[in-house]
Design a protein around this ligand. Structure first.
Ligand SMILES: Nc1nc2c(ncn2[C@@H]2O[C@H](COP(=O)(O)OP(=O)(O)O)[C@@H](O)[C@H]2O)c(=O)[nH]1
Ligand SMILES: [Mg+2]
Length: 411
């Protein structure tokens, strides 16, 4: 009797509000309390690749109602040395032919030293947009105060003995730390929305038919990659443990529907070494500035692994992107014929290759090779691979609309 009175009271007035409040709190707590080891529940299954407006026939250059209104600029961004001018020329000529001669984005160059006159005038003559040269401030390319430089030097010697690539190099470590936690703080980049990172000595052997920046903006993507492979564990022995510590202290930063299963095969116990190959990278600076990424970087930087080990910006970006972003904010840029030594992307499907006027040998393709981590990214999300014209037509219609099918029909 008493129980039924209380029960009726619960259904009315303030008791009802209390019950609802408790319900909301417990649901929110469940969502926020996932540790980095409890990952499978956060990953959406059964999705096709998310392209907003999937059934629309708009080209990627047309604004959609979903388009986020950003007013900033999108740029091509390169870090290079004066000595790399010849390799830089190759990258520019290739990228202009494949993409930028259609879209004319500005190309900005960064260097820890002043660019010399020859470098400046040659690249200026090759880029179809405007160019800008940025001298990186010393404090972005040097040791933070807390680093024990003797310990760093002796670690470099050990790495050299172990024959780890760039193991001995001090400048490589400055470069990796700059690319991990500094570039997005440059005052010159303040008004920039998206950047596309391009290195000297890379090639694009296929036509890129759509405006990838616009595509990312319209589909609310924050990070795009092309290749993914496994890191040498010797360069990052403590990175995963430090990462787990950070996310244990900051669980609210873990995005629902993330890609943690891209970087771990055992629910967070260990890192599987998969990383987006950051020599090709398109990203929103908002991600680096506002997602919790910078807090993560500062935590890592405090531990000194950029100098006592040889942490690369690729695993650091990848782990952050996989944990901090919902999967649908990540875009795979396929079929560009991208080459960075020693790996090549080359569409295996001949119809696709000829439609995109590719100049590469499909037998060299690494993207869908069994050792490539790109497979894993598609598997964990159940995404459809954009590896044939039919799949692109069905699942990536705005990209399909931009492909000129003349060539493949005629041949
Ligand atoms: N300005 C400058 N750029 C550098 C330096 N070291 C590397 N880079 C640039 O950093 C990027 C990565 O270096 P890279 O030698 O290609 O390393 P890898 O791709 O890991 O083999 C490239 O864009 C290089 O041009 C340096 O000491 N100074
Ligand atoms: Mg390189």
């Amino acid at each position: 009797m008493q129980f039924s009175i209380i029960f009726r009271r619960y259904l009315h007035g303030k008791y009802l509000r209390v019950v609802l409040l408790l319900l909301v709190i417990s649901v929110t707590t469940i969502f926020c309390s996932f540790k980095i080891g409890d990952t499978s529940l956060l990953v959406p299954k059964g999705n096709s690749y998310s392209e907003k407006g999937k059934n629309s026939v708009k080209t990627s250059a047309e604004p959609t109602s979903n388009s986020k209104l950003r007013t900033g600029q999108d740029i091509i961004l390169t870090l290079a040395r004066n000595s790399e001018l010849e390799d830089m020329k190759d990258s520019i000529i290739s990228f202009e032919r494949s993409f930028n001669s259609k879209f004319h984005y500005d190309w900005w160059f960064m260097n820890d030293e002043e660019f010399d006159q020859e470098f400046k005038s040659v690249v200026k003559s090759l880029v179809s947009g405007d160019v800008k040269f940025i001298k990186i401030p010393k404090e972005y390319w040097s040791y933070p105060e807390h680093i024990d430089q003797k310990k760093a030097a002796s670690s470099r010697n050990e790495y050299e003995k172990k024959k780890v690539m760039y193991g001995k190099s001090e400048s490589y470590r400055f470069m990796c730390r700059f690319n991990s936690g500094m570039f997005y703080k440059l005052p010159e980049l303040e008004g920039v929305d998206y950047y596309w990172r391009i290195e000297p000595a890379v090639r694009f052997d296929c036509d890129i038919t759509y405006d990838v920046f616009q595509y990312m903006r319209e589909n609310d993507k924050q990070y795009a990659f092309s290749m993914a492979l496994q890191e040498d564990i010797r360069t990052i022995p403590s990175l995963w443990d430090v990462t787990k510590e950070f996310f244990k202290d900051n669980p609210e930063l873990i995005a629902p529907g993330n890609s943690i299963d891209f970087v771990t095969d055992d629910r967070g116990v260990s890192y599987n070494l998969c990383h987006f190959w950051s020599n090709f990278e398109i990203a929103s600076l908002e991600f680096f500035r506002e997602s919790g990424y910078d807090e993560y970087f500062k935590f890592l930087d405090e531990r000194g692994g950029f100098f006592y080990e040889r942490w690369g910006d690729a695993p650091v970006h990848t782990i952050a992107v996989s944990v901090l972003l919902p999967a649908e904010k990540i875009h795979f840029v396929g079929n560009t014929g991208y080459f960075h030594n020693p790996n090549q992307d080359c569409p295996r499907n001949s119809e696709l290759r000829s439609s995109l006027k590719c100049r590469c040998d499909p037998s060299t393709d690494f993207t869908w090779h069994k050792w490539s981590c790109v497979n894993k990214f598609f598997e964990i999300h159940n995404y459809v691979r954009p590896d044939s014209l039919d799949n692109i037509k069905k699942y990536y219609p705005t990209i399909y609309e931009t492909i000129d099918l003349h060539e493949s029909k005629d041949t």
